[in-house]
Design a protein around this ligand. Sequence first.
Ligand code: TXA
Ligand code: MG
Length: 344
Amino acid sequence: METITINGINDERFSSAAKALREGKLVAFPTETVYGLGANALDPQAVKRIFEVKGRPLDNPLIVHIAKVSQLSSLVKEIPAQAKTLMKAFWPGPLTLVLKKSESVPDEITAGLDTVAVRMPDNSIAIRLIEEAEVPVAAPSANLSGRPSPTAYHHVLEDLNGRIEYIINGGTCKIGVESTVLDITSGIPVILRPGGITLEMLEKVIGKIETDAVLKPEDGNKPRSPGMKYRHYSPNAKLFLFEGKSEDVIRKINTLASENRAKGLKTGVLSSLENKDRYVADVVVNIGSLSCLEEVASKLYDALRKFDEEKVDIIYSESFSEAGMGRAIMNRLKKAASERISIP
Ligand code: TXA
Ligand code: MG
């Protein structure tokens, strides 16, 4: 298949892409978090193709993207007061709300759950695309399953060129990690996936939130967010995640990197700006300052892909604070890691 690439909203073929999306074709598009692989959410065949193209497990449900709040009512049974408060505070933006689904949402999207995840992206290309398509758009991240999520146009090309009908270039995604997935269907809201809207931001608006209830006991241990059980966001190389005092972590990484380089392996370090000149590895990628976690988030996936490009065999990664955006960063690093090493 030949993929048609579109250069933003002003590209004369933008409207054809929106029309094709409505008619069941797949269109990758930028959002403020990561690029999405979009299909008409009301077309079960189109939604099925998303799973085939990505190689995504069928039991991992998709997020439905909307351009205006009025599109929500047909997707959900009811809009609780709490949802309205959250939408007012954070939409458009990187917050996905899990709500009770209506009959019109195909089972292919929700993997058979009775809930649906919905968000309104904060990106003018995404909004315009959904508006012109005149349908809600189901979209997972536009990567092959298991690969780091795409935060730049060339990442999407790497994974999906030749596999889908359209890719829209919208430059680099400003946030760089996915949306926060918040389940508000029962009692205290639960963060199913930390992301672009932090726990602290949510608690300021709606009070107490749970962060670790991955299982819903009344469903007999059925995972509440099926996506969370998969190893994810992974580069090809093995990633070792180090936690501990900076000095100790640097010393340990340098010892291991030297040993493995001596064995002929290519080594990489995912480093903060502060420590980037202190490593002996083959490839050191600086993902920003320990004191600017927004920057670290925005560079994380690009860094993981760089190690693949450089054909690194082993990656050693520093850890970051789990406050604010750090919670999402550390969640992704832990999922990408083959092993976590904590130095006492
Ligand atoms: O920022 C984002 O959210 C990006 C952009 C494209 O919008 N999308 C994204 O989609 O990250 P994806 O498919 O890579 O991740 C969707 C997550 C998965 O963890 C999935 O399990 C969860 O949302 N999810 C979807 N529907 C759900 C539901 N009904 N209940 C619980 N979790 C759900
Ligand atoms: Mg994903």
